[in-house]
Design a protein around this ligand. Sequence first.
Ligand SMILES: N[C@@H](CCC(=O)N[C@@H](CS)C(=O)NCC(=O)O)C(=O)O
Length: 207
Amino acid sequence: MARYQLLYFPLRGRGQATRYLFIDKGIVYEEINTGNNWVEDFKPKMPFGQAPLLKDLENGFEIAQSNSMIRYLGRKEGLYPEDIKEAAKVDMICDHIEDIRGPYVRMIYQNYENGKDDFVKSLEEKLQYIEKLFKAWGTDYIASKISFADYNLLDLLDDLVISSATCLDAFPTLKAYYDRMASRPALKKYRESEEFKKMPVNGNGKQ
Ligand SMILES: N[C@@H](CCC(=O)N[C@@H](CS)C(=O)NCC(=O)O)C(=O)O
């Protein structure tokens, strides 16, 4: 029986990190496609007028904002480090992910033709910070065990590699991390599925 509902459009976007977490941890969930009559049936019911929304079917609680959703799952599903320094590591990587994802989304939806080259150029600086931290921390995941933030980073790196196939070439530690995440058995199987391959990366066909 499903434990959660994910209400979102049929695209990767801001729902994919949550899907990765569910799939990797074998958590049964159902998708509700908010693309069917979005403006009439869904938008008015969303706390901030936007999707995604997560419903916890065990207690009826509803969470909006993709980063809050995945943190909630982190806490509820044992994917948030108990140690405060380890927790701070995953938090800081999540905040840095948002510092990349925000400009990525704006480039995709508002300035693709004129902005993509500059966005790709900006990645070198932004990714080298993660490379340096990962080298210093020396763990297989952001913290010593997999956490909610690793699914967020996997999804971000997917987006970036699609935009620029060579963007990880100068960052061997980050590249090895990306390959390690993508080859986790449940994720690998899902990423090879037709369901995943046919899912658009963004809502406007740009990537
Ligand atoms: N900060 C929000 C952003 C959500 C967002 O931008 N949602 C878009 C789709 S990805 C949306 O609902 N667009 C339709 C609308 O605003 O009416 C989050 O992280 O969840």
